[in-house]
Design a protein around this ligand. Structure first.
Ligand code: BGC
Length: 727
């Protein structure tokens, strides 16, 4: 019997071996995951018909493009992005499919991630959002957003990483890496110069090459250098051509100069012409128009190639890029399985949220609100209870859990503090195509809130913007800088009855604050996703010491923002074109150049402790062909709490031969220090990053000279300076 089993076992093993050998013999190269991707691509391409190649180049449903069924090559499944994995959408309409297993973790909006000034947070964020995408069967995550914050009216600023190119570039690459470690492509969007929603699908952006290179493109360049597998073309035009078929942006800069080997995916409906799309760099056309065969890169492309009007080599090139994307993702041999809405993911969402919250003002010991010191806290404001993961456009999420600020504060204080709430104002239901009238009577809502505030030891006002049309929402811009729904008057009224009003603003944009002098504390808390309430309560209550820094300037008035200083031509544009007249002077660069005092400067964020900057020294070292400037200083936490400081290093060339910003962020480091601890902080600036874009020569140029380096706690609070000479 024993022998029989053994013989059978051997026979079985031999049979399996023979089958495996046979299948290895016959397994085509493209399907062999042990072979290099480029070999697989060429092998697959050689087997495909023209029709099959064209099928790769356009959507087959709202969020997927075809594979090659005859060869067993799978389709590409895509999902928004960028703050969580969007609910399942129907095959041929934008409606939610109504699945019961697609609730995700909502991560903080990208402005909040940017406010952490912490690349480690960006990596963690990417890693876990990638895990969620993977678990949900997605191959391409439509994010992160890497457009620069040019005007506080842009409805989509919350999906981006602020006004500074170095900050956005430093955070985009680890996000991309984290996502792609899951075998899911990050699709960095919207390339490029997509800085307003007003007339977003047609506006023609006219910007100098220098401003494009120095301000608007570096984050995309960093994403490509960091290995991004996909890029989304923007809706708008740049220099006269639609960005989804823009020779200069897609072919010359992205593919030829930067060596991008991934696929360019159009924004949904962003392609407008077969010949243009075929010849100027688009690889996959996506959209929501039906039927899918009517896309510019579908039947009409096939017909044009058959008629000999478009070269088949153009189609081959697109098919190569799409196949590469498929082999890197859907048909990769090394994909983890992913996970969805786990405790670990919630913990990452909370960490990012806690690190991103920025304490803008804190006087008279208003914060933290410690349990033993107050008995009754009035929480006022609609945003204290409103779901802010809904609305906003394509980044809207269906979440497994969302802790509101009111819930978070109640959980934090428990029985020790009575937490009462009144809305104080109301806005309409979330809509992103029109404004709905707010329900309720504004006067009685305000009166009720003010009466409640008068009875409390402290007031926490939770307001800001929301994700409705003309707030922080895709498809339209804000109309002004101020807080909507009568909040300014409400805050004034609250301050009139209670000296201890803490204003917590949830938004992805700067707002004006006419009541600023009347309140002791202001906290910028963004859109923080699933764990919003817990993170906010921890920061207000003091178990977390705030360390977020503003990734964009808060101007005192709209006209203090560069885009609004040149009239309509510069925003929102006239006759279909918008001229970026401020050139390189975006954000704090503009304020510096014009001596404008912002309400809160770029990089600003307070702590419950304070930091002392020791003297800064510099030296230079050579790494290969590049010289690296190193700045060192001692940082001391001189308070009684542990806390983190973001040391920011700005560079200037006072005697430059060309127009320069007064200073530019060139390096930063987030440093965690125990109470009383001192640590040496070393920051490095490659000399090549001091270059400006020389338009005449079409290249980067480092001017020799004496550069001034200034280190500080924000762009408006510089503590140490040193000079360094570049020969
Ligand atoms: C947005 C993109 C988004 C796409 C798919 C477009 O309207 O601009 O950011 O990824 O829709 O939802």
């Amino acid at each position: 019997m024993r022998q029989y089993v053994t013989i059978t076992g051997v026979a079985l093993a031999m049979t399996i071996g023979a089958i495996q050998a046979k299948s290895q013999e016959t397994r085509p190269v493209y399907a062999d995951v042990s072979r290099p991707v480029e070999e697989r691509v060429e092998d697959a391409l050689a087997r495909m018909t023209l029709k099959e190649k064209v099928a790769l180049c356009h959507g087959q449903s709202m969020f997927s493009s075809a594979g090659v069924p005859r060869l067993g090559i799978p389709e590409l499944k895509m999902s928004d992005g960028p703050h969580g994995v969007r609910a399942e959408i129907r095959w041929d309409s934008f409606a939610e499919a109504g699945w019961a297993n697609d609730s995700c973790t909502a991560f903080p909006a990208l402005t909040a991630l940017a406010a952490t000034f912490n690349p480690e947070m960006a990596y963690l964020y990417g890693k876990v959002i990638g895990e969620e995408a993977r678990y949900r069967g997605k191959d391409v995550l439509l994010g992160p957003g890497a457009n620069i914050y040019r005007t506080p009216l842009n409805g989509r600023n919350f999906e981006y990483m602020g006004e500074d190119p170095l900050l956005a570039a430093t955070l985009v690459a680890p996000y991309v890496r984290g996502v792609q470690e899951n075998g899911v492509a990050a699709c960095v969007k919207h390339f490029a110069l997509n800085n307003q929603e007003c007339e977003r699908s047609s506006i023609n952006v006219l910007v100098s090459e220098r401003a494009a290179r120095e301000i608007y493109l570096p984050a995309f360049r960093a994403a490509v250098a960091g290995g991004a597998w996909a890029i989304m073309g923007a809706y708008n035009r740049a220099w006269g051509e639609f960005c989804c078929h823009n020779e200069r942006l897609l072919t010359r800069v992205l593919k030829e100069e930067w060596g991008f080997d991934g696929a360019v995916i159009s924004d949904w409906g962003g392609a407008h012409d077969t010949r243009e799309a075929a010849g100027k760099g688009l690889d996959i056309e996506m959209g929501s128009r039906l039927p899918f065969s009517s896309y510019y890169l579908a039947d009409s492309l096939l017909a044009a190639v058959r008629r000999g009007e478009i070269a088949e080599s153009l189609v081959d090139e697109k098919a190569r890029r799409v196949l590469r994307l498929i082999f890197r993702t859907a048909m990769s041999g090394e994909r983890p399985w992913g996970s969805l809405a786990t405790r670990e993911h919630a913990a990452v969402a909370r960490r990012v949220a806690e690190e991103g919250i920025a304490l803008l003002k804190n006087e008279r010991g208003a914060l933290p609100i410690e349990a033993g010191k107050v008995k009754r806290v009035a929480v006022i404001g609609e945003n204290a209870t409103r779901s802010l993961t809904r609305g906003g456009g394509s980044s809207e999420l269906k979440v497994k859990q969302e802790v509101s600020p009111l819930e978070g504060l109640r959980a934090y204080f428990g029985e020790s503090v009575e937490v009462v709430h009144a809305a104080g104002y109301r806005s309409g239901e979330p809509r992103y195509d029109r404004e709905l009238p707010p329900p309720g009577n504004a006067d009685s809502l305000r009166a009720e809130a003010v009466a409640l505030a008068a009875t409390a030891d402290a007031v926490i006002f939770v307001g800001g913007l929301n994700k409705n049309h003309r707030q922080d929402c895709e498809g339209a811009d804000r109309l002004h800088l101020h807080l909507p729904f009568g909040q300014d008057a409400l805050v004034e009224a609250l301050a009139g009855v209670n000296p201890r009003v803490v204003v917590v603003l949830l938004s992805g944009n700067a707002v004006s604050m006419p009541w600023l002098r009347r309140v002791p504390a202001v906290v910028q808390a963004w859109y923080l996703g699933s764990e919003a309430g817990h993170a906010i309560a921890s920061a207000l209550g003091g178990s977390v010491n705030p360390s977020g820094k503003l990734p964009f300037s808060f101007p005192a008035r709209l006209e203090d923002n560069a885009a609004h200083a040149y009239g309509e031509a510069s925003y929102p544009g006239v006759d279909g074109a918008v001229t970026y007249a401020e050139g390189i002077l975006v954000g704090y660069r503009w304020h510096d150049a014009r001596g404008i005092r912002p309400l809160f400067p770029f990089g600003h964020g307070l702590s419950y402790t304070s930091f002392e900057y020791g003297k800064m020294t510099t030296d230079k070292r050579s790494y290969g062909s590049d010289e690296v400037i190193r700045a060192r200083l001692l940082l001391r936490n001189k308070g009684r709490r542990a806390g983190a400081e973001v040391v920011q290093l700005y560079a200037s060339l006072p005697r430059s031969g060309v127009e320069r910003a007064v200073k530019e962020l060139k390096a930063f480091a987030k440093v965690q220090l125990e109470a009383g601890e001192t640590r040496e902080v070393a920051l490095e600036i490659p000399a090549s990053s001091l270059a400006y874009w020389d338009e005449a020569e079409g290249s980067w140029k480092v001017e020799p000279g004496e550069y001034l380096l200034q280190a500080g706690s924000s762009s408006g609070d510089l503590r140490q300076r040193a000079t360094v000479t570049i020969l």
